[in-house]
Design a protein around this ligand. Structure first.
Ligand SMILES: [Zn+2]
Ligand SMILES: [Zn+2]
Length: 122
């Protein structure tokens, strides 16, 4: 109970829909997020992916989730890392990315969250 990036905000349910190629996260504030798996792979927050990406600067851009992925990715394994993040193991053997709850919520592609992000970035 020591590591909380965003105290209070956490998923109550994490569901992998392999057929829809989606990850669904239900949050404890009642929000539900749907992530396209390909986009989620492209948004991997690890240093390697950030450094090797043509779009990447120091800050990860939430809009990256809307970009068209270069290939189709599958999830091999989902691990909840402690109390703060989701570790995703991909079929390209990449599993270095820790998707914190804060990050996942920040890149939520739903209309409401996109509108919120638009309001934030003046
Ligand atoms: Zn990565
Ligand atoms: Zn959302």
């Amino acid at each position: 109970m020591t590591t909380h990036h965003v105290p209070g905000l956490k998923p109550t349910n994490i569901i992998l829909h392999r057929q829809n190629h989606q990850l669904k996260i239900e949050w404890n504030d009642g929000h539900t997020s749907f992530y396209d798996l390909n986009a989620l792979r492209e948004a991997c927050p690890c240093a390697t992916c950030r450094g090797g990406h043509e779009f990447m600067g120091a800050e990860h851009d939430p809009d990256l989730i809307a970009l068209t992925p270069s290939r189709a990715y599958s999830v091999v394994n989902l691990n909840v890392a402690g109390t703060y993040a989701l570790q995703i193991e991909w079929d390209d053997h990449h599993s270095a990315g820790f998707y914190t709850w804060e990050y996942l919520r920040r890149i939520c592609p739903c209309e409401n969250c996109q509108a919120l992000r638009g309001a934030d970035s003046e």
